[in-house]
Design a protein around this ligand. Sequence first.
Ligand SMILES: *Cc1c(COP(=O)(O)O)cnc(C)c1O
Length: 446
Amino acid sequence: MPKSDAVPTGGDPRRRIPRTDALLARPEVAAAAAAMGDRVVRDVVRAAQDRARIGQMAPEQVLDAVLEALGDRTASSLRPVLNATGVIVHTNLGRAPLSAAARDALQDAAGYTDVEFDLATGTRSRRGAGARAALLAACPAAEDALVVNNGAAALLLATTALAAGREVLWSRGELVEIGAGFRLAELVASAGARVREVGTTNRTHASDYREACAAATGREIGAILKVHTSNYRIEGFTSEVGIAELAEIAHQHQLPLIADLGSGLLRPESALPAEPDASAALEAGADVILTSGDKLLGGPQAGILLGRAEVIARLARHPLARAVRADKLALAALEATLAGPVPPVLAALRTDPDVLRERTDRLAARLGGRTVAHDGRVGGGGGAEVPLPGWAVALEPALAGPLRLGRPAVVATLREDACLLDLRCVPEEDDEALAEAVEAARGGSR
Ligand SMILES: *Cc1c(COP(=O)(O)O)cnc(C)c1O
């Protein structure tokens, strides 16, 4: 007998805790099990019984607790979050929220779909042809495109296919750690290319690359790699070598130039004038550029490779390409993101501070808070240290915890003296839901 079915004997109130099979037989509970699966529902039932068993509620409350918990549950434990941090690409919160067009595309692709099939001829077709066409339309400087699982996979594939067993020239100023302790140089080395550091942390010159190339006697160098320092900035006495000059050096030595751009901007973005974009990098001579789908491009998790046709073909043929290929859902959402209206991340980036101010004032008045100046941030994948001037509602700091546990969950910024709600990344239609979440959090925390 499972533990949850054990019923103590004697005059113990725990004897009155409803049994699992009795709870599962209730029509509402059975319907939830049919919709979400038996295991999810059994977990909810067990949790309620356990709370009664340790005296957190009366046995008579178990059924109501189960019904309430089931009302909030879905088959996935991932919960929707209102991002009130002002950080646009927040990796802990799933990076880019998808556009309505991309959400619809996910839904359509969820069943059987022609991701790799030509309905006209009834034969197999190139996987993700629609996403590829949308990428080439958005970035005409690219001759071809390939979509893989994520940006790290794109870097792994490019360096492995072009430089396995050989050296990758890489500036010491660009040896990025992307987060959670993952270092790009270790990733590249793990696949068999040797990282050859050139220059210094603050200054790397064209001559450093030229000398490394000249010193190579055979074919020990496989590629030159340029990595955008997407999450930090080196300031002061610095110099780096731009793509155009690097391309010239690479091509003099018949080497490909790989540019890892991180952010996913395919064209220049006026809100981030210093951020590199794919079109400019390709026009400057990069043979292949790599970028993420879920940063400033505003789409699903994906790694995007754009570049010269023969280089992309070489990557697509490599066995690793199969191990890192993109999922049909990602391909569908990526195509819809590119073809559809401005995605939420770019809308948040370009938010008019005056509009933000009005929304913030309205929320502050309703909640009895103060409007304070608050800079938003790009977050992951670009615009490091670039402030995005805006506003936030300052409320009592005790709200931060209850807000995170509410429905919807709200993630705010906790300062010593205030809980800050920044509306930049909150869709305007959710302002009301956010206000209600604060009221509920206050109710619960009193
Ligand atoms: C984010 C980033 C990566 C990793 O991309 P993921 O999509 O997170 O795998 C690689 N390089 C740079 C420069 C990045 O900014």
